[in-house]
Design a protein around this ligand. Structure first.
Ligand code: COA
Length: 314
């Protein structure tokens, strides 16, 4: 049974949509089927300014068995700004392979590592979350539902890079907008066309020119053109000024924003928060959201020479 790892031209990356659709879309929550055009446009979000301009396009690899595509990986070497500091190394932006074809996954991973090592990378990052915007609503990380991919990374020395992001969903949502915690406050609703069929919505509470809090809703159709994404709204941000928390502003802003969305045709809502943001998790579960998924990035440090396989202790 022939196994082949092939360099894939970046200009034809959209043709990998069929692999994504067969292995990820619909199986991993919040990941919808993608067309080749959306795939080509979405793997590299031009609005993402985190990637340094010198970051090269890298290498796309496709794993084939008996000529049939069974997986792909996309790796680049360069530097990325994270929280104001430079993070460099090899970045596997995406890796997927068909369940049961671990040798394909393993060969793709090894080739990504070799490519990065040849270009001098010491550290490997996998699912670094900066590209593949269409995957998991702009959080292109590895879901624990991609158990075989996470397992492969773990078996090859990768560890979870940082705390994960927890996703929650509320299907057929129902909201009642509460009374304003402070009636004199000005509520500003802005509605903007995005890439989805329905618009993106932001609700802000302003008092005497000061922003007390806001709720930012983005259409799931903004990330992916699939039909099933169009009436789903993603709560991209909810924030209340520290001094006025626990007075009902969070609840008001979320309910008001979801109500605005419902009136415009949205029926389902998704929200995410950091794995250890327990306050937010309690808050969201109170209002109908239920946990659907956890997503993570992975990292692997190159073994120090003393620990390198085959090297004898002095
Ligand atoms: C999460 C966040 C938006 C909540 O905003 P908030 O204005 O404090 O929310 P509310 O006041 O509506 O409700 C918060 C809690 O206070 C309670 N509460 C509301 N009014 C209250 C009052 N008068 N007295 C006592 N408790 C009150 C609510 O029941 C709720 O408690 P529960 O979640 O344990 O049931 C806010 O903590 C925040 O901005 N955090 C930082 C940013 C963040 O983490 N955002 C979410 C990231 S995804």
């Amino acid at each position: 049974m022939t196994l082949e790892i092939k360099d894939w031209p970046l200009g034809r990356i959209g043709e990998l949509a069929d692999i994504y659709n067969a292995q990820v879309a619909g199986l991993v929550p919040h990941c919808y089927p993608i067309t080749p055009d959306w795939f080509s446009a979405g793997w590299h979000d031009p609005t993402n300014t985190d990637a340094l301009p010198s970051f090269p396009d890298g290498c796309v690899l496709v794993g084939l068995r008996e000529g049939k595509k069974r997986g792909f990986a996309h790796v680049r070497v360069g530097g990325i700004m994270q929280s104001g500091s430079l993070l460099d190394g090899g970045f596997i932006h995406f890796l997927t392979y068909e369940v049961g074809h671990r040798d394909v996954g393993e060969a793709l991973l090894k080739q990504c590592e070799q490519y990065s090592e040849d270009l001098g990378a010491d550290t490997m990052h996998a699912f670094d979350g900066r590209f593949y915007r269409f995957h998991h609503l702009g959080y292109p990380l590895a879901s624990d539902k991609m158990g075989h991919v996470c397992g492969l990374l773990g078996m090859n020395g990768y560890t979870i890079a940082d705390e994960g992001e927890m996703f929650m969903e509320y299907l057929d949502y129902d909201v009642v907008v509460p009374v304003l915690p402070r009636p004199a406050c000005d509520i500003q609703v802005s509605v903007k066309e995005g890439h989805g069929e329905l618009p993106n919505i932001t609700v802000e509470a302003v008092h005497l020119g000061q922003d007390l809090g806001n709720c930012v809703l983005v259409s799931c159709g903004d990330y992916n053109g699939a039909h099933e994404a169009q009436n789903r709204i993603f709560v991209k941000g909810l924030w209340v000024m520290k001094e006025v928390r626990r007075r009902g502003w969070g609840r008001y802003l979320l309910m008001r924003a979801l109500d605005e969305a419902y009136r415009r045709g949205y029926r389902h809502t998704i929200i995410s928060t950091a794995q250890t943001n327990y306050r937010a998790q309690l808050f969201y579960t109170n209002y109908g959201y239920r946990v659907t998924d956890m997503v993570y990035g992975f990292v692997k440090q190159k073994a120090p020479l003393a620990d390198a396989p085959g090297r004898r202790p002095a």
